[in-house]
Design a protein around this ligand. Structure first.
Ligand code: F6P
Length: 338
């Protein structure tokens, strides 16, 4: 089952489970549209031929949703009925924080036999060094920042690039460092607009009249220098639907520096298309591990990457908090903002 926002690599994980199971002559059922499929009995057999050719494809052949069965007892009852009807022995749940939290609760409180696989472009799941989907998103941001460099330079402009990442700055930091951005703003460190403008002015005085600013969708101005109106703030930081800080920031930069400033909001492009080789391999390794975890009955655990090894961690450890941007990575980004 795949739940939550889609990301590149989901099909690679699905294929890995189906292929590994087929080697043992074990049947695999794909659940459509996240938890909703198990409540509505919307399933499809994942035979070897059903997963042929899906490795390089973005999205998920199973579909996804943000439906949470824990919100109502009737859904849990129907989920269990369908589980019994299909005589399922275990469920591999491929998800981000929301989907994996529901998996943890369904195992802990309702004995639904689940194992987890961490996916998300945001890379914000604890217990694993990387989630799959992140590397692809970073390569898309890097490509965009590379392209924006040439047009920014030609027009002597500031380019503000708003990227995803929900409440963490992983995509902004990695994409910004890889693309050579001049300013990188992340949710973990509220920014002072005066410092951003000073940096851009200094670059101009030094003969670099163009600059690239990468801003994460949940980056906040520091309380000392709050420049957003209440309406702007409410519109930008909506729970579950962030977006718009790029526009507000660009307007403020142009006002303070006088440098023409344009905005690019990368949006869902960051989640689409074919996974990178790194994500294909990570998703495949997670899929194989999840199959083995089901065979061993390691319920309530998640496949994870630690260094170069695939290990298992309790789902509880994975979802108790969001995994914030590593301070060491942030300090690397800061070196280039001066
Ligand atoms: O969690 C992945 C993500 O793409 C975030 O980066 C973004 O904030 C959010 O999902 C968007 O969610 P939705 O698909 O519900 O608009």
């Amino acid at each position: 089952m795949t739940g939550g926002g889609d990301c590149p690599g989901l099909n690679a994980a699905i294929r890995a489970i189906a292929r590994r199971a087929s080697a043992d002559s074990v049947d695999v059922l794909g659940i459509r549209n996240g938890w909703l499929g198990l409540v509505e009995n919307d399933c499809v057999e994942l035979t070897r031929s059903a997963v042929a050719g899906i490795l390089p494809r973005g999205g998920t052949i199973l579909g996804t949703s943000r439906f949470n069965p824990l919100k109502d007892p009737e859904s849990i009852a129907r989920l269990k009925e369908n589980w019994a009807m299909h005589q399922l022995s275990g469920l591999a749940v491929v998800g981000g924080e929301g989907t994996l939290s529901a998996a943890r609760d369904l195992w802990r409180d309702h004995q639904v036999q689940v194992v987890g696989i961490p996916k998300t472009i945001d890379n914000d799941i604890c217990g694993t060094d990387f989630t799959f989907g992140f590397d692809t998103a970073v390569s898309i941001v890097t490509d965009a920042v590379d392209r924006l460099h040439s047009t920014a330079e030609s027009h002597h402009r500031v380019m503000v690039v708003e990227v995803m990442g929900r409440h963490t700055g992983w995509i902004a930091a990695y994409g910004g460092i890889a693309g050579g951005a001049d300013v990188i703003l992340v949710p973990e460190h509220p920014f002072r607009i005066s410092r951003v403008c000073d940096l851009l002015n200094t670059r101009r005085e030094d003969g670099r009249a163009f600059s690239i600013v990468v801003v994460a969708e949940d980056a906040h101005p520091h309380g000392d220098e709050a420049f957003l109106t209440e309406d702007q703030s409410n519109a930008i930081y909506q729970h579950g639907h962030l977006g718009g800080i790029g526009e507000a920031l660009a307007a403020e930069i142009e006002k303070c520096t006088g440098i023409q400033t344009r905005v690019t909001k990368l949006g869902y492009v960051q989640r689409g298309g074919s996974p990178t080789p790194f994500d294909r391999i990570l998703a495949t390794r997670f899929g194989i591990k999840a199959y083995e975890m089901i065979r061993e009955g390691r319920w309530g655990h998640m496949a994870a990457l630690r260094g170069t090894r695939i290990v298992t961690v309790p789902l509880d450890d994975a979802v108790h908090d969001l995994r914030r941007l590593d301070e060491e990575i942030y300090r690397v980004a800061e070196v280039f903002s001066s």
